[in-house]
Design a protein around this ligand. Structure first.
Ligand code: AMP
Length: 419
């Protein structure tokens, strides 16, 4: 075994998977950019305080943060998610509202690595700061939906809930604490520990000992203020109107504490339970103010790139793009003709590769076959002397000799115009 391997919870994304990765980000941009979202690239580490605002009852903050002191004595952390950074950027730069942004990039959480759960994982997402309009929630949710559908995924379930306004959430948390307090004897130790910090998160427990207490728990729906009820009704009505299928899930609380009102999650039915959450989001109306800005509503989502690709694998959709070149140049005169031809071809928009180390004709033709190219351009000493080249179709082995100056037009005829 080599001395160095990737750290636990991290992976190399090798070809051709890395190309698929990038293609997925491209698909995402193609969905959100026409809706007015513009790319933002926040730094990968920030002052620890930015992330502490995510809430002290959040596992991501208390247990999973990659935080450290830098050489200047600053307390910094690798970002565990993007939303806090986007809100910090909003407070710092005060852009015009509504501020509609999208992002893609890695996040870091010190989690227990397992299938579909990594310590470095990528997300794509959007955030909108400014409007409080429930129809904005509908736009945000529908863009995630359109993205999944566009990838070819069919087994995606959308679950939505409202956590109410800050006061509603607190009242509900108090009531849950009372309820679970009465079930301590039967509940798991892990759930009791969660109960101390964040009673809402107990609803997420999948442990059988906690099931009865959860089933009989009071419902968030009965604790919503009138304004929150109306907001949520407008969101679900909007989703129904534009045909985005969804299920109201009164137990959906989500991992980050900052959510208010609308919360939602996308579940891939083709994936096993522990890794089936492929994305989620909601409103976080208090976060900008917590970071020192003016009271500003916000709504957004983050989708897990790793999990989404696992779902695509499970459904057999969104395959890796073929990274093959169109033309492979074989040069048995030493290699410098290939240097010129590949450069000319790339300049006119053709993808072209070649062999190295002045290998034999046979070895170079083998490399041409392996490359997946549709056409080989072959130059031996006769062709080099005569300013010609042989163009060989690697599919049916038909070949023809042409003047080198005719090569671009000849390739247009054989391969179609460059992409
Ligand atoms: P969150 O930021 O926790 O709301 O997560 C949003 C999405 O990111 C989840 O639905 C997952 O698809 C993905 N995700 C979160 N944590 C991880 C992780 N440790 N490894 C892989 N994907 C993750």
């Amino acid at each position: 075994m080599p001395e160095f391997q990737t750290s636990p919870g991290t992976r190399d994304i090798l070809p051709p998977d890395a190309a698929r990765w990038r293609a997925l980000t491209g698909e995402f941009a193609a969905v959100v950019e026409p809706a007015g979202y513009r790319a933002i690239v926040p730094p990968m580490f920030e002052d620890l305080g930015v992330f502490l605002r995510l809430g002290e009852a959040t596992d991501v903050v208390t247990k999973e943060m990659y935080d450290f002191e830098d050489k200047g004595g600053r307390r910094v952390a690798l970002r565990p998610e993007h939303t806090a950074s986007v809100c910090r950027a909003f407070v710092q730069h005060r852009p015009v509202e509504p501020w509609k942004v999208w992002y893609s990039g890695p996040n870091f959480r010190y989690e227990k690595p397992q299938a579909g759960r990594y310590r470095q994982f990528d997300q794509v997402g959007i955030e909108v700061l400014g409007p409080d309009d429930p129809l904005l929630d509908v736009e945000v949710i529908s863009l995630a939906w359109d993205f999944f559908v566009g990838l070819g995924l069919r087994g995606v379930e959308l679950r939505v809930n409202s956590l109410g306004d800050a006061g509603d959430r607190q009242r509900y948390a108090d009531e849950l604490a009372r309820h679970f307090g009465g079930h301590r004897a039967e509940m798991s130790a892990a759930a009791l520990e969660t109960l101390e910090r964040n009673p809402l998160r107990v609803l997420d427990s999948k442990r059988p000992e906690d099931a009865a207490a959860i089933v009989s728990a009071p419902s968030m729906r009965d604790h919503l203020s009138r304004a929150a009820v109306e907001h949520f009704a407008a969101v679900t009505a909007g989703l129904a109107e534009i045909g985005v299928p969804h299920r109201i899930d009164d137990r959906l609380v989500r991992g980050l504490d900052y959510y208010r009102r609308t919360t939602f999650e996308f579940v891939a039915t083709a994936l096993p339970g522990a890794q089936d959450a492929i994305g989620g989001g909601g409103r976080y109306d208090g976060l900008v103010a917590d970071l020192g800005g003016p009271e500003t509503p916000g709504v957004g989502f983050a989708l897990g790139v790793d999990r989404t690709l696992l779902a695509c694998d499970a459904e057999g959709c969104f395959a890796a793009p073929d990274g093959e070149v169109e033309v492979f140049v074989v040069d048995t005169t030493g290699g410098s003709v290939a240097m010129h031809i590949t450069r000319e071809l790339r300049r006119i928009g053709r993808s072209a590769d070649r062999a190295w180390d002045a290998r034999s004709m046979k070895a170079q033709m083998k490399a041409a076959d392996r490359s997946g190219a549709r056409v080989a351009v072959i130059v031996g000493s006769d062709e080099a002397a005569g300013g010609t080249c042989i163009v060989r179709n690697l599919g049916d082995s038909q070949q023809t000799t042409i003047a080198r100056s005719d090569l671009p037009a000849h390739l247009d005829a054989v391969l179609g115009s460059p992409a």
